[in-house]
Design a protein. Structure first.
Lengths: 153, 373, 220
């Protein structure tokens, strides 16, 4: 399977399709067209995006402390009102399998807005903790470089 | 905050904040500037000092001669990488505690792209990157000076009306004990394999801060950074007050340590290091529900001098979003929510280097005199 | 005033990949997705030549030379970035030559006047009228240099929206060249640093470009 060679080299625009194809579907995030031997797999027929969301207010949060049923966090704005905030957030508003992430220094995102679905508009408030792979042995052991060149003495 | 730049014979001390931190700009005469720490001006998102110098029509790449990062905490270094990059003629000075293999490890772990967004550590990655660029371009100023007690970081001669006025800037800290303690702290912050990646937390104490003693002709300025008072006589303010050789006279200007917090107040600073009725400069700071300076801190400083000024009110206020959906959601999800580090201002002091006239004070933005009316 | 009706973000990497590893369970095993999300994913295919699946909010499409993750849910833009940062950390030896941080917008221009006004503003009809009967803009691509000191370009594509009546689709491709020269294979580490450091700036810039273009229809 391969895309047209020019497509691959066309750049990092979405979906990698040849620009002259005029991107009939207006947007790549619904999937790519692939060809595997004789088998052609096509993305679903073009329809309005099934679900898409818009944030009215979004913050990046950093946990300061956890106490009882709330955790305290600083909130730096990403979308919406530009002031820095501090909040005590109820732990119950964090999905259960992410509550173990609530510790000082942990980063999360809190987005308030609307989710547009075929069935209608839904108000949403999502708190989601940043997930990164755990520290590996390799990462920790190879960290550290000679800083001598950066200092005068 | 636009105004005219100081004339050649005028000294200036400006403090900016909060903007999640504070920053200082000093004019030492003849268009030469010293920058201490860095914070971002909230509207533009640019380093406050660069914004200010630009507003005065000053070319920072030529005019700035020294940049000092007094410690590595988030609240004092936002934008520091850009400062070093833009101010190409400036020497750089950092705490000697940072010359440590453990700090180097933290730079790699937390600053190597593993954590999107900026922090104190990523700013230092940017600082070192800027020094790399200087080295590659053949610039001679391509390594940082290390601040230790009584170290001369900057010396200059300002020739005014055929007379030489000496300018000297000394670091008064961190002490050897504080450096060792900081390096142990860095080691303890190296994460264990198999643990979650999370943002590095700044230490709660500030014993490795770089306090600066500035002499411009006959004038003295003490910049207290965030240094705290400690029970260990070999760290904090005690060791400076008891052992510093660089302090020979008293200062008339004091950047109050650690936003006026009680933990950084030592009466001996005021009685032994400062002149009568000094100009005391503060910027507010809020974190973890604590807003500094507290009312009692302001009262204390106001009781010690009638010339106390702060860049913005140290207040937090309940967050009242204009959007109804956001408002209702916040009410449901949070027990409390407050806007912090509100306001922005600059306190500026200027005087002629050559005479004994008092400082002229200009207040911009939300800055005000803390003396109760 | 043009309103954004639909928007999306995606990250594209050009390099050498092994699609077979990119199963939803791999994402969950490396703490990149929640286990429930991985379990509920709709898998089109995971094969040595191609991996394609979707979760509630994430679309993954990977072939050997190209890696694309994207979302049309604004709540998850930063999570999308974090997943790619995490993957780049895990696959630090993967050769990666180019990276694109891309935004897509469907603006509602509300009126036919604004909609056709925008097309006319971008591609003035006077020159086309003698050549074609009722000419209309179907697709416009404009490329500019990067505003920073990194290699690459900014490429903007404008088309009539297929999702919204009197709408315009705008894509901004923020393209980074990660290899130093032709012989350099680039690297995941470089991609990770650029993505971590440039994301905020890229997102803001792409929004501003798209908003400015969408408003052009108002001025005619």
């Amino acid at each position: 399977m391969r895309f047209q060679k020019e497509t691959l080299l066309a750049g990092t625009n979405s979906s990698g399709r040849d620009i002259t194809e005029a991107r009939k579907q207006n947007g790549s995030t619904e999937g790519s067209r692939v060809q595997l031997g004789e088998l052609v797999l096509s993305p679903p027929k073009t329809t309005p995006f099934r679900e898409y969301s818009k944030a009215i207010q979004k913050w990046e949060g950093k946990v300061i402390s956890l106490s009882g049923d709330t955790f305290r966090a600083t909130l730096s704005p990403i979308v919406g009102d530009k002031l820095e905030q501090e909040a005590e957030i109820y732990v119950q508003d964090v999905t259960p399998d992410e509550r173990s992430f609530i510790e000082p220094g942990a980063i999360f995102y809190w987005s308030i807005g609307y989710l547009e679905r075929p069935s209608g508009r839904v108000r949403e408030s999502i708190i989601r903790f940043r997930r990164l792979p755990m520290w590996t042995d390799n990462e920790v052991k190879k960290a550290g470089r000679d800083l001598t060149v950066y200092f005068n003495e | 905050m636009t105004s005219e730049s100081p004339n050649d014979g005028e000294l200036e001390v400006s403090i900016f904040g909060p903007g999640y931190g504070e920053a200082i700009a000093l004019h030492v005469g003849l268009g030469r500037w010293i920058l201490v720490d860095s914070c971002l001006e909230p509207n533009s998102g640019k380093p406050a000092q660069l914004q200010y110098l630009e507003s005065l029509g000053i070319n920072a790449s030529l005019a700035v001669k020294l940049i000092v990062a007094t410690h590595w905490h988030d609240d004092h270094v936002q934008g520091m990488g850009m400062l070093v990059r833009e101010c190409k003629s400036a020497e750089v000075a950092v705490s000697a505690a940072l010359k440590s293999p453990h700090f180097s490890a933290l730079l790699d772990l937390y600053g190597g792209g593993a954590f999107p967004g900026s922090s104190g550590v990523t700013e230092f990655v940017n600082v070192f990157r800027s020094l790399d660029e200087r080295r590659k371009s053949g610039t001679k100023i391509n390594a940082a000076k290390l601040a230790v007690p009584d170290k001369l970081l900057y010396r200059d001669n300002i020739r005014l009306n055929r007379k030489n006025r000496e300018v000297e800037i000394y670091s008064l800290s961190p002490s050897d004990s504080a450096i060792l303690s900081a390096q142990l702290d860095f080691y303890q912050r190296i994460p264990d394999t198999g643990t979650h990646k999370k943002r590095i937390a700044c230490p709660s104490t500030n014993n490795t801060s770089v306090v600066l003693w500035v002499r411009i002709g006959d004038h003295r300025i003490l910049l207290g950074s965030d240094l705290e008072k400690t029970s260990d006589p070999k760290t904090g303010w005690t060791v400076i007050i008891n052992e510093s050789q660089a302090i020979k006279e008293k200062a008339l200007v004091y950047k109050v340590a650690h936003h006026g917090a009680e933990s950084s107040h030592d009466p001996d600073i005021w009685s032994k290091l400062l002149s009568d009725k000094p100009f005391a400069l503060l910027s507010p700071y809020s974190i973890a529900g604590n807003s500094l300076p507290k009312d009692e801190d302001l009262d204390r400083v106001a009781g010690l001098t009638p010339n106390g000024f702060i860049t913005a009110p140290p207040k937090i206020k309940k967050f009242r979003p204009s959007d109804g959906v956001v408002r209702e959601t916040i009410q449901a999800v949070t027990k409390t929510m407050r806007s912090v580090n509100i306001g922005w201002g600059q306190v500026r002091l200027r005087r002629n280097i050559e005479d004994s006239a008092d400082y002229k004070v200009d207040l911009f933005g939300d800055a005000y005199n803390i003396q109760p009316n | 005033m043009p309103q954004i009706k639909i928007q999306g973000a995606n990250i594209v990497l050009i390099g050498n990949f092994n699609p077979a590893i990119f199963h939803p369970s791999w994402f969950a095993a490396h703490n990149l997705l929640r286990a429930e999300e991985a379990d509920a994913a709709t898998i089109n295919i995971v094969h040595p030549d191609v991996a394609s699946f979707k979760t509630e909010w994430l679309a993954v499409d990977i072939v050997k030379e190209r890696f694309q993750l994207g979302t049309v849910q604004e709540s998850f833009y930063e999570t999308l970035r974090d997943i790619v940062v995490g993957i780049l950390g895990l696959l630090s030896h993967t050769p990666i030559k180019f990276m694109g941080i891309n935004r897509e917008f469907h603006f509602d221009l509300v009126s036919e006047d604004s909609w056709s006004g925008l097309g006319h503003r971008l591609v003035p009809k006077e020159d086309w009228n003698p050549l074609l009967k009722s000419p209309g803009m179907r697709n416009l691509v404009v490329e500019g240099l990067r505003p920073d000191d990194l290699k690459g370009y900014l490429r903007v594509m404008v088309q009539p929206s297929t999702q919204i009546k009197y709408g315009v689709y705008i894509e901004v491709n923020d393209h980074y060249v990660l290899k130093e020269d032709e012989k350099d294979v680039g690297g995941a580490d470089r991609a990770r640093v650029v993505l971590s450091e440039k994301w905020n700036e890229s997102m803001k810039r792409s929004s501003e470009i798209a908003q400015a273009i969408a408003k052009l229809g108002e001025k005619t």
